[in-house]
Design a protein around this ligand. Structure first.
Ligand SMILES: *[C@@H]1O[C@H](CO)[C@@H](O)[C@H](O)[C@H]1NC(C)=O
Ligand SMILES: *[C@@H]1O[C@H](CO)[C@@H](O)[C@H](O)[C@H]1NC(C)=O
Length: 282
């Protein structure tokens, strides 16, 4: 704790010197000097302001004590290299860059031209950061991949999906079909690879011995997405309709997570009779 506090104290004083040196005319301005000195002492006395997400709360959630980053805040890649982003959007926070669940301050250059908080949001700065370094800036949740509508009757609660579910073989294809905005799957047409590293070796798509594997796990990479993925359960299409008859069983969501909707042991008619809405069978 004390170490963190000292580091922050050092960083802040360093930033102050750095930002006051280039403008020689204003460094002699007494009002500004007093302002700087008071910031200096405020940060000395209340070091915990270091790790606080201020100014722009996009992609954060309140955890009961602090605003912290959501998994979606950092659930994408930077458009330019991470190292370039680190230079363009340097962090002054002792906690480093935004990460899911922490409350490291967003690098200031991501959203403002100010050099200290509280800082006014400058929309052009946000737009530029979003287009180049959304991950470094904790803006992934604002990218197109996270901005689309989930289906009307998702088989799982879209609001509680975790990052590990977004990467899970069991969940990815279901999430892509039902809750694309939860994992940044918008624009994928409801179809993703079930495993995340299919693209490492594209020759698997042509490998005769791997066809049943790639048909199941690498649908996106190998071009095996069903043509209408929006109407069925992970590619099992039930036709196109805009509403479904009500489930007759209250256990459908539990059954669905055990594979009821896709299990060919049950006929289409049986699945539809019990869980038409959950399984999205017309
Ligand atoms: C997110 O950013 C947009 C655009 O700057 C703003 O209008 C909106 O209020 C922000 N949302 C939150 C929760 O801060
Ligand atoms: C909220 O987040 C902060 C910062 O990550 C953490 O220290 C704190 O334990 C969290 N509180 C709760 C209730 O989860």
């Amino acid at each position: 704790m004390c170490k963190l506090w000292r580091n922050q104290y050092k960083k802040r004083s360093f930033t102050l010197f750095e930002s006051s040196t280039p403008s020689s005319s204003s460094s002699t301005n007494p009002t500004k000097m007093i302002a700087l000195i008071s910031i200096f002492f405020v940060s000395f006395l209340t070091p915990e302001v270091s790790a606080v997400i201020g100014g722009d709360l996009n992609c954060t959630t309140y955890n009961g004590t602090f605003f912290v980053w959501t998994p979606a805040a950092v659930g994408c890649n930077n458009v330019i290299s991470d190292s370039s982003c680190a230079i363009l959007y340097p962090t002054t926070d002792a906690l480093g860059l935004p990460a899911a669940g922490n409350n490291a301050g967003r690098p200031l250059a991501c959203y403002t031209t100010a050099t200290a908080t509280p800082a006014a949001i400058v929309p052009d700065m946000k737009t530029a950061a979003l287009a180049s370094c959304p991950k470094t800036c904790g803006f992934c949740c604002n990218t197109d991949a996270y901005n689309c509508k989930n289906v009307d009757f998702p088989r799982l609660n879209c609001a509680t999906i975790t990052r590990s579910q977004c990467d899970s073989v069991t969940w990815r294809t279901i999430i892509a079909a039902d809750c694309p905005s939860a994992c940044g799957f918008c624009g994928q047409g409801g179809c993703v690879d079930a495993v995340t590293n299919c693209g490492n070796d594209l020759s698997i798509c042509q490998n005769v011995g791997l066809q049943s594997f790639v048909n199941q796990y690498c649908q996106k990479t190998c071009g095996r997405c069903p043509s209408t993925t929006t109407s069925g359960y992970g590619g099992i299409t039930g036709g196109t309709c805009s509403s479904y008859i009500a489930d007759s069983s209250s256990s459908c969501s539990a059954w669905a997570s055990n594979g009821f909707c896709t299990n060919n042991f049950y006929t289409y008619a049986q699945r539809r009779a019990r869980c038409a809405t959950t399984c999205r069978l017309c």
